[in-house]
Design a protein around this ligand. Structure first.
Ligand code: ADP
Length: 410
């Protein structure tokens, strides 16, 4: 290698790190074989995460049969570059961005023969050259099997969060998926869980599920292999119809039973990832104030914060801003920023109780966390909107918050 090549490769690595630094968690979606609904599930998981308030990106790295543009109705759309010559992902909704090799290769039907090293080079470029901005989750839809693409992704993205593995209940698919699980094991890629797709059939007339094939094999296999089972998705005619119409199923049917199943799977993922000790966050700037006086009268309010703004979800904030307020005078007496301890199940509620927090104002929070906080005697007001944590507290004091009841007992 010439010195210039070394330098170029070093600069590329720096660029890659810079892009990846803004992506907090990356999930690769794998399957043992094609046609099990991997892309369909990846698209619906990405949208369900976005519906849970996360900033999400989905990246389709299938060189030979990219289907994500079709699933999001983005086929044929042009990808623009920004002033830094980075590729601007397409927006499906404001907090869900899409990028696919299919969008970049479209109109180019010449048979390109991608060999391993070429794929690795193209993937590295794709990973470093997309201007995702800040993301809570990047979902990578990988081609079926254990080929060059998932291997390259795992090698290029350090600290990848883990893999979700899709199977169908049939024995053939189950034996293929075992290979995927062994692939993860060899690469030290954590398996976040297995999803069994096409598990039973939902009758479009009566809405009941019939087990036209067997079901439950995915769960048994997950148990045998010592990995979590996230849930099952039945064969749903509406999944095919909505996919063909260019919208993931949960876009229209988030309140259906299958929509709720997707929500439950995503909640399991969020819970598993965001309460893990390795889910560490960078440090945000501190608010002003001496921070004295919490618990010494008035009310102590905590607001989860990321990058100086109120975080949309309690579980993944970088810091908590604590405000000591006087509810009767509607005044903030003092404030301080605290970085929570590394996430471990149940640790955050305990720590907030130790800080004498009495009320949390938050955009969103999982049910389990709400229960744990309630047990610690901490009131929770969720669904709160706003950027500046201080303004949110002031709005609360002046009864101007748009959601929930005023929980101040003074
Ligand atoms: P893969 O990515 O594993 O190759 P796809 O996501 O492209 O699979 O899905 C293959 C086909 O199966 C698509 O036509 C899709 O609409 C359909 N499909 C996937 N999951 C379901 C489901 N749960 N119910 C009905 N059809 C489904």
């Amino acid at each position: 290698m010439k010195p210039q090549d070394n330098l170029d490769s070093f600069l590329d690595d720096l660029e890659l790190d810079k892009t990846l630094d803004r992506i907090r968690r990356t999930i690769v979606v794998l399957s043992g074989k094609g046609g099990v609904g991997k892309s369909t599930i990846a698209a619906n998981l990405a949208l369900s995460l976005a519906l849970a308030g996360k900033r999400v990106g989905i990246l389709d790295i299938d060189f030979h049969g990219p289907s994500i543009p079709k699933l999001f109705g983005l086929e044929g759309q042009r990808v623009e570059t920004d002033e830094q010559q980075k590729l601007v992902p397409l927006e499906f909704v404001s907090n869900l961005k899409v990028m696919s090799l299919g969008l970049l290769l479209q109109g180019n039907d010449d048979a390109v023969i991608w060999r391993g090293p070429m794929k690795m080079g193209a993937l590295k470029q794709l990973l470093k050259d997309v201007s995702w901005g800040d993301l809570d989750y990047l979902i990578i839809d990988s081609p079926p099997g254990t080929g060059d693409e998932p291997l390259s992704v795992v090698q290029l993205i350090k600290n990848i969060t883990g893999a979700v593995v899709i199977t169908t209940p049939q024995d053939l698919s189950l034996s293929d998926v075992r290979r995927s699980l062994r692939f993860c094991e060899k690469l030290n890629l954590p398996v976040l869980g297995v999803i069994e797709n096409m598990s039973g059939f939902v009758c479009p007339h009566c809405g009941k599920t019939s087990m036209i094939f067997k079901s439950g094999g995915g769960e048994v296999m997950a148990k045998e292999m010592g990995v979590d089972f996230l849930g099952r998705v039945p064969i749903e005619p509406d999944i095919v119809l909505t996919s063909d119409a260019g919208k993931p199923f949960v876009y229209y049917f988030s309140k259906s039973q299958t929509g709720k199943d997707f929500e439950a799977m995503v909640n399991k993922l969020i819970e598993k990832i965001e309460t893990s000790t390795s889910d560490v966050s960078p440090v945000a700037s501190q608010p002003s104030g001496d921070g004295e006086g919490e618990g010494s009268g008035g009310l102590c309010i905590a607001v989860p914060v990321s990058e100086g703004k109120m975080a949309s979800h309690f579980g993944h904030c970088e810091q908590f801003y604590l405000y000591q307020v006087d509810c009767s005078k509607k005044e903030i007496l003092s404030s301080k920023a605290l970085t929570p301890p590394p996430h471990e199940p149940g640790l955050l509620p305990k720590w907030l109780a130790e800080q004498k927090v009495q009320l949390i104002l938050s955009g969103g929070m999982g049910e389990r966390a709400q229960e744990l906080l309630k047990e610690k005697g901490i009131a929770v007001l969720i669904g709160v909107t706003g950027d500046s944590p201080e303004d949110v507290v002031r709005d609360y004091l002046h009864d101007k918050l748009r959601s929930g009841d005023n929980l101040c007992s003074h």
